[in-house]
Structure formats: structure tokens, C-alpha cells
Ligand binder design. Sequence first.
Ligand code: NAG
Ligand code: NAG
Length: 447
Amino acid sequence: MQLKTLFLGLGWLSVCWAQLADTTDYPIGPLTSSSTKWAKKVCDITDYGAVADGATDSGPAILAAFNACSSGGVVNIPLGTFALATWVTLNGGSAWAINLEGIIVRTGTAGGNMIYIEHSTDFEIYSSRGEGAMQGYGYQFHEQGEYGPRLLRLYDVTNFAIHDIALVDSPAFHLTLDTCNQGEVYNLIIRGGNEGGLDGIDLWGFDIWVHDVEVTNKDECVTVKSPANHILVENVYCNWSGGCAMGSLGTNTDISKVVYQNIYTVNSNQMFMFKSNGGNGTVTEVTLENFIGHENAYSLYIDAYWSSETLAAGDGVLYNSITFKDWTGTCLNGAQRPPLYVLCPSTQPCTNIIIEDFAMWTESGSTEYYKCADAWGSGYCLKAGSAHTEYGTVTSTVTSAPSGYSATTMPGQLTAGLGLTTSIAIPTVPNTFFPGATPATARVYGS
Ligand SMILES: *[C@@H]1O[C@H](CO)[C@@H](O)[C@H](O)[C@H]1NC(C)=O
Ligand SMILES: *[C@@H]1O[C@H](CO)[C@@H](O)[C@H](O)[C@H]1NC(C)=O
């Protein structure tokens, strides 16, 4: 989809589009329409040996169909259940798509990536009826305390879209975009087990627009890693997850121009967390706006001493020009864990952090506190001025609910994490991902 068109249609988003690079030079999404691809050539995997019996390995058939359609066309995975016993690497290709109408279920047990797409351009993976899914049956590993393969990974892919599919119960990460550019991810639901190591979406690259996504797991919801720039993430529902984040960040961190907005987070570790431990380089020009949270352990959180990460060489990542605006809702226990927690490197204090209209209240007890350390900027416990020197820790206690904290809840919130020992059902892609927001791009089918 050409961003120009979107820009004209959604004028109010223009501020955010500015976060994406010049869209004339860098159009986002596939360059060729799916109808043109369908008209050019269709390579149906059942013509290459796949059988919809949930048992025959469809790996070789997917590869053969890709080889036949990689210079233009659609690899069609029709309705039905297709087993994947051996993993596929789809290398190269342009002006092509995968139409995932049916369901791919994991039957193999190797590590790695079930579907790995690399060095490709003008690519789309979607379900034209919005019902396609990858079912990883991760619980078969998790119940033994193990991890298995990741579901879907793109590496060095340009001008792409991933949409209207469900990624379910990955034995490890669900979707990784490694060094990918000019892509769009939308109308997507991820359902993983209730433990760490089952990341939803991890991405790095430039000019990426992620919107209208729901994630359940107990780790990354939608997370940006380094290097990355010109990233827009909006209308995200972390429906029992770890929460969205940036990191973990180490040496030579290089992240700029990132916007997250309309992010609803329930029952997660945090609403947004920057995580590093030592390291160097910069995170700059980031805006985190219009966040709603309930029942989360942490809410607004910068942790430059993140203990789950091995200490990296350097004085610390420089966090500069980061704006948090319009955060509402509640946190689990604000006297135990501060809903506003900005912990910067003492050897590299944060600069120009702006916190505005932060109104979050605690769900238990009647006080909460804010905590800042070595953090310069404006708002709450941040220190104003231009000295930018180390100052240690400052806390402030809040003894009454901030006005305007009350925030709506999403329908159908989870009340427990999903299974590690039983199969997770394939959900339908929902029609809303943030209270009151409808998907920016209409569902392909039905809705
Ligand atoms: C970060 O540290 C590494 C290793 O000490 C060094 O090679 C690199 O130049 C530093 N990068 C920046 C951006 O300061
Ligand atoms: C959140 O997850 C639960 C459990 O899977 C589901 O029943 C509910 O529909 C989800 N909420 C929405 C709005 O999709």
C-alpha cells in the first residue's frame, strides 16, 4: 500500500507519518497489488505434493510452489490442515505472495524457524478470508520445560505486508522482522503460552508500520530492537502479555524516530519498558502516547540497569528526547512497584525526557510512588535544567488518585494466562485492538 494514499486519507495522522521516512522515496508495503499477483500466476501447494490431511509433510511442496512463483505470483495454501514436518527457507523472490487460507500445523521437532523468508522484495503473506493460521503446538515443548522452533521469521525483506492471519502457540518466538524495511504488519493476532521466551513481534529495520495487533503470551508484545528508525506502532492490544518494549539494548544502540500510540495493556509485566544494562549509542526522538493500562506490574519504565541482561561495554545507552504523553488507567500495586519509574545510567544521564498527563492509580492500597534516577527533562520526578549530571534517586509519594486516571477496559480481557500443557485454540482476528479504534486498514474479508 502506498503511504501517500494513506496520508491523504488520514490527515490527522500526519504528525505520526512524519516519523516514517519520505514515503515517496520509501513506499511502505508490497509494490504490486495482490490481484496482479493472482492474475500473473498461482502456485497451489496441492499441485506440488501437499495433502490437507494434517499428516503429510508440506515443507517440500511449499518450497516447490515458491520456486515456481518466486518471480511473480501467489503461493496458495488452500483451506485445510497442512502438516509441517520439515522447515522451509524461501530465499529471494519478488512480486510474490503467500495466501494462507488453511492452517499450517507443526509436526516436526527441529529448532530454527518453521518458515524463514530472506532477501525478498514486494512480498505479502496474508489470508484472503482472514482465517489462515500457523499452529505451533508449543505446549508439547513447554510442558517439558523446553522450547522449540520459532514460527515465522523475515530477514532482509523489503516492501512487505503481513496481515489477517493468526500465529498460535509458537514453541519459541512468533514473528521476527530482522533487518526488514518498508513493511506493514496489521490485523494480526498472536496467542502464545503464559511464559517468557515466547515473544510476539520483535522488529528492527526502518520504515515499518505495525497496527491493529493483539498479543497474548508472557513476553514481548510489540518490541523494537536496534538498529531501527522511522517506526510507527499503533492500536495494539497486549491481552495478557509481557508488554511492549525497546531492547534489550547493548553496545552501538542506534534507534530514532519511533512512535507508539493507542496501546492497551492488561495483565502484563509493563506498559512500556526501555531495557539496557551498560552499552552505548543512542535512543532518540521517541513518542509514547495514549497508553491505557490495567493490572500491570510496571507501567512507564526505563531500566538502564536491567538485571536480566548481561552488562555490555560502555557508559550506558543515551536516552534522549523521549516523550510520554496521556497515560491513564491503573497498576497492580503502586506502593510496591512505581507506575512511573525512570532509572537512567548514572554515567550517562537521560536528557530531555518529557512526561505529560500521566494519570495512573494503584489497584491495591491507597498510595503509590514515582521514582527517577539520573533523569533530566520535565514532569513528575524528572529533574529540570541543563546540567545533565548524575544525581542519584529521587522518589515522590502520591497519596490520592490523579485526576482523570480512570480508563475504560477492553471487552473480553483474559483472566488467566494461556496453557503451557494444553493446546491453545486458534482465535479469530478481532475487529478492534484499542478502545474505540477501528482498524486503520479494513479487514480483507467479512468483518
Ligand atoms: C561503543 O563501544 C564500543 C566498544 O567499546 C566501541 O567500539 C564503539 O565505538 C562505541 N560506540 C559508540 C556509539 O559510542
Ligand atoms: C482476550 O483474550 C481472551 C482469551 O483468549 C479472549 O477470550 C478475548 O476475546 C480477547 N479479547 C479480545 C477483545 O480479543
